[in-house]
Write a new protein. Structure first.
Length: 758
């Protein structure tokens, strides 16, 4: 079959040639030439006081007092607030109208880079192989299986059919029962991450009548007759584990675990050996686990080890009488691996297997019958280590590039000597390898395909270290065309996050080629607050050390200027969610460095949100940001950098800001208030654009729909540095100009974090 993108006219697929670097100096950004009038939000001062400190919030009225209902039903938004957000959208549409042709061109380019065979390598489980695939042009995936002995492909779930007629659809966790008779899956139809749990009978192909709402996770019993699931409370917090017997009324489901501390979140998992279902309750610093006998699903959960403040652990079963446990206990800041008897797994019985080594962060561990596999990171670089069970001999799987991303794939088979991992770098498309732990040989199972003339050798990937004023070294990943002059003439697009123990991956993103091929240098600043350099790096960028995150990003930007990679006024910065807090801080601290800032669902009303325990994430976030309600020093620290609180009468860069009305993580009013305040106080003519969608925190519901937002961001970046000269490109049929379907996430956000961060 001919790939769908080959049927497109070449003039639409390859519509541009890269613009020579430096030519933007004569160009004028299109957004500065449009005479649209921005909305002016009315100031309605609301006074409040805590710790004897008075605050005045002029735009608190943008928060709908009925926000709980709005989260589930955006049509319930108060008319006055809706009118303001719609006015913001109209203004943004008018300002961005000159870029409609460029946006359509970018979407078509990015669509052309989507692998026409975007399917997973089949994963063996018992008699079947299971995998996910996309039909050409499809937005939603199909879940399929086939007998390993040979036989036709069987469609288990058809995402396109499930999404038909729905304005939003996202498939969440999905997994077959151990007996291969049923398939459980979660569906979000609003963008609010309140999932519906469905169970499909694979014999009949029909869903069972029982459907459960507000589910966040699930796990199967050994025989497939029982399903455990996590439900959220009224504040969107996952706190309750229920046991459901298939083909019975969910109203009769039994509560088997309840988390009393609303600062913790609960999740479920099946251990690969098949012996246990694991309940995990965790906040940012502390974890506790309980085991349910998967063969006896009615049994009472058994505690692994009692929770202790600042002690985290995650266990796996090694198939004998031992658990293997990844933990930071006993001062192992960067984690170690211990063993414990299943019959008595409490802390006093833990014995070191892989001792702690400062600066070498063990980030992932998987147990197989004959081996233990771990991924560890040191100085921002990852490696894969295999340990043989019977004698403790271990070896490292060597990977050569200067900067790359490494990820263990999901595997169901416990007895196998084969592990699967994904590898990519900013210039190397994703590769999937099967690695034989016995023979130490690897087989390339899948290579992400891009249309020619893509050639990874045409791009340079570099890993720099940038000194800071307090004598730290910040890792930086760079991607650019190999023949690009490094003389300060190229524009720079720089991203950062620096929160929630997230290490920003140096992975491949085909969408970035649209910027890089036009002469941009792309940079990731691996700033403090993340895990790139271990627990010390994380702690140095949170709580009362949070400002290090911002000064690191500024130090990296300044270093790239002095090293010839960029110049002031030719730099666009981007941050998502908690990375949007970073954007707000640098906009206040050093607006002179940036031509533009992209802040996607930004956590910018940090102080007010941290003072409101009714919001879903506030209590659980105290270990990350501090508790300003009970601690005046935490209050003063957050107040010192909170972007909304620190907007000043000064020039600001051009800004593109997004929000989602149904977003449970960063409420829509945070970016709305921030934009209103900047617009009222800025002293220059910078365009501050807010685009709000009636959806949640993550991306548009479909693999192509999200490209609209990526194209919008890139068109904005090209424009503010004067490179939007192809803005008048002809419209592509089926891709009209105008407001994109903004939902929020183009695949660069921290979705791999164990908890639910911002």
């Amino acid at each position: 079959m001919t790939p769908w993108w080959r049927s497109l006219p070449l003039a639409l697929v390859f519509v541009f040639a890269p613009v020579p670097s430096g030519s933007f100096e004569q160009a004028k950004p299109a957004i500065t030439s449009v005479r649209a009038v921005p909305p002016a939000a009315e100031a309605k001062p609301l006074r409040s006081s805590i710790h004897g400190i008075e605050r005045v919030d002029d735009y608190a009225w943008l928060r709908d007092p009925n926000w709980h209902q709005v989260l589930h039903d955006p049509s319930a938004l108060a008319p006055m607030i809706r009118a303001h957000l719609e006015a913001e959208n109209r203004y943004s549409e008018a300002v961005l109208a000159p870029l409609s042709g460029l946006r359509a061109t970018l979407v078509q380019e990015m669509r052309s880079r989507v692998d026409p065979d975007q399917s997973e390598v089949p994963t063996p489980d018992g008699p079947y192989d299971y995998w996910t695939k996309f039909l050409p042009g499809a937005e939603q995936p199909r879940i399929v299986r086939a007998l390993r002995s040979g036989g036709p492909e069987e469609v288990l779930l058809d995402g396109e059919a499930l999404a038909q007629g729905k304005s939003y659809f996202a498939l969440g966790k999905h997994r077959q029962s151990p007996d291969h008779r049923y398939y459980a899956y979660l569906v979000d139809q609003t963008g609010s991450e309140n999932y519906l749990l469905h169970i499909r009978d694979l014999t009949s192909g029909r869903d069972l009548p029982e459907v459960t709402s507000d589910v966040s996770d699930f796990a199967w019993s050994k025989d497939g007759g029982t399903l455990f699931y996590v439900r959220r409370d009224s504040e969107h917090r996952p706190l309750f584990v229920y046991r459901h017997t298939l083909t019975t009324d969910p109203a009769n489901d039994r509560l088997v675990y309840e988390e009393k501390d609303v600062g913790f979140e609960v999740s479920l998992a099946n251990i690969r050996s098949g012996r246990f279902v694991v309940i995990t309750s965790t906040d940012e610093n502390t974890a506790e686990q309980w085991l349910i006998d998967a063969v006896r699903p009615e049994s009472t959960p058994a505690l692994v080890a009692l929770r202790e403040p600042n002690v985290r652990y995650w266990c796996d079963d090694w198939g004998d009488e031992r658990l293997v446990i990844l933990t930071n206990a006993d001062g192992a800041d960067d984690f170690k691996i211990v063993t414990a008897p299943i019959s008595a797994p409490a802390r006093e019985n833990w014995r070191d297997l892989v001792p702690h080594q400062q600066g070498r962060r063990i980030i992932q561990m998987k147990a197989f019958a004959g081996y233990l596999v771990r991924i560890e990171r040191e100085d921002g670089r990852e490696r894969l280590v295999v340990r043989r069970k019977n004698d403790g001999e271990q070896h490292t799987v060597r990977l050569a590039e200067e900067a790359f991303s490494l990820e263990l794939a999901s595997m169901h088979d416990f007895q196998t000597p084969i592990i699967r991992f994904h590898y990519s770098s900013p210039a190397t498309p994703r590769q999937t390898f099967d690695y034989n732990m016995e023979t130490r040989t690897s087989v390339l199972r899948k290579q992400q395909k891009l249309p020619s003339p893509f050639n990874s050798s045409s791009y340079a990937v570099r890993r720099l270290t940038v000194p800071t004023r307090d004598n730290e070294q910040v890792p930086v990943t760079l991607l650019y065309k190999r023949d690009l002059p490094i003389d300060g003439s190229a524009p720079l697009f720089i991203e950062g996050y620096g929160a929630y123990s997230f290490a920003f991956p140096a992975s491949f993103d085909a969408n970035l080629l649209s910027l890089v091929d036009r002469g941009f240098i792309y940079a990731i600043a691996h700033i403090r607050g993340g895990l790139e350099k271990g627990e010390r790096w994380r702690n140095a960028g949170r709580l009362r050390n949070k400002t290090n995150t911002f000064t690191d990003f500024i130090a990296v930007t300044e270093y790239l200027i002095t090293s010839g990679y960029a110049a002031p006024g030719r730099i666009v910065a981007r941050g998502d969610s908690a990375g949007g807090l970073l954007m707000g801080a640098i906009a206040n601290m050093r607006p002179d460095l940036f031509a533009g800032i992209v802040a996607r669902v930004p956590f910018v009303d940090t102080l007010n949100t941290s003072l409101d325990e009714s919001l879903p994430l506030t209590i659980g976030d105290f270990p990350e940001w501090g508790d300003p309600i009970r601690d005046v020093m935490d209050y003063r620290t957050i107040a010192s950098y909170a972007p909304y609180e620190n907007v000043a009468a000064q020039p600001y860069p051009h800004m593109l800001v997004t929000a989602g009305v149904s977003d449970p993580r960063v409420p829509y009013w945070e970016p709305a208030k921030w934009v209103a305040k900047i617009r009222a106080m800025k002293t220059n003519d910078a365009r501050i654009l807010l685009m709000t969608a009636m959806s949640g925190h993550f991306e548009a519901s479909g693999r192509f729909a999200s490209l609209d937002e990526v194209a919008l961001i890139q068109a904005f970046a090209l424009d503010v540095v004067g490179l939007s000269r192809d803005a008048g490109a002809p419209q592509v049929e089926g891709l009209p100009p105008g407001p994109p379907n903004i939902h929020t996430n183009s695949g660069r956000s921290p979705e791999s974090i164990p908890r639910s961060p911002r």
